[in-house]
Write a protein of this length. Structure first.
Lengths: 145, 145
DNA sequence: GTTCCTGCAAAAGCTTTGCAGAAGA
DNA sequence: TCTTCTGCAAAGCTTTTGCAGGAAC
């Protein structure tokens, strides 16, 4: 799936619009998520950024992500794991999780076409589509063995 | 959405087929889930069944649900809450969660029509569709105030 | 008689909270 | 200067684990 990365300036502008202070930690976290579209966990973000900011704490990552979710810049992706995964909000897309390697793949999906007459009186804010199974790589491995 | 309830005998047969011992606790838990299609949490199951089985422990509920998930009789519904919710496996359906009252509504959805060319080399085991927003009841309340 | 299950207590793991010092506006 | 943020330590919650007694087969 094609991924549009925002520029650093776009991110700064977004934060300013949402009245979120531009701390060094927040900018680093947002930049990491923008550059690495891997639906990271808090721990993954921590492990990566700790090299550059040794004083960084997980509390700050939790605080920042909660603020970004609140502001609508980031989404929590719940795929049945204990740890939450986070995703920069982009166009509508589904998530496929490989049960073997654990990787998550994005795929395009037309959310408008998703619906039901039963929901005609409901106000729908968010549509999530989660698939799971085996990715091509793990599938090939399984067939070979 | 129309819900098909299994008979008590059907449940017993299912358990026997899966080689899960028919303990009193397990039968009570499964019966509760079959009779009350409310996607209960462990705590809700516990609170309800504790009246009938005062010695029941949450550990047993966790053990039982894990066994039922393993056997494919029950699904975990992850809707972004801390607590997991559990659903007896039935036909394909989507879940709508009301952000105001927290209730979960089932709705019909044709899972076959869901897909993407990007996933043609993937082996898909499970398709989940989660919507969220406001249910008619909470929507009405909001408009009135 | 075996094997598996129950339930208590304790542990494990993720996330939140309280708060003093630091940094952003 | 004033407000908000950071990061440490501790607490809060859900879920899992170890294990002795008990129930299912």
């Amino acid at each position: 799936m094609k991924i549009m990365k925002a520029s650093y300036n776009d991110l700064v502008t977004e934060l300013k619009n949402k009245e979120i202070r531009l701390s060094h930690q927040r900018l680093m976290i947002l930049k990491y998520m923008n550059d690495n579209r891997i639906h990271p966990t808090v721990d993954e973000i921590y492990t990566h950024l700790n090299k550059e900011i040794p004083t960084l704490s997980k509390t700050t990552i939790y605080n920042t992500l909660n603020a970004l979710v609140e502001a609508g810049l980031v989404r929590i992706v719940t795929l049945g794991d204990k740890e939450s995964k986070y995703d920069i909000v982009t166009d509508d897309h589904g998530h496929f999780k490989c049960n073997s390697c654990g990787n998550i793949y994005d795929f395009e999906i037309k959310m408008e076409s998703l619906g039901s007459d039963e929901l005609k009186d409901f106000k729908i804010h968010k549509k999530d589509v989660y698939f799971s199974g085996l990715c091509p790589h793990c599938l090939k491995k399984k067939i070979e063995n």
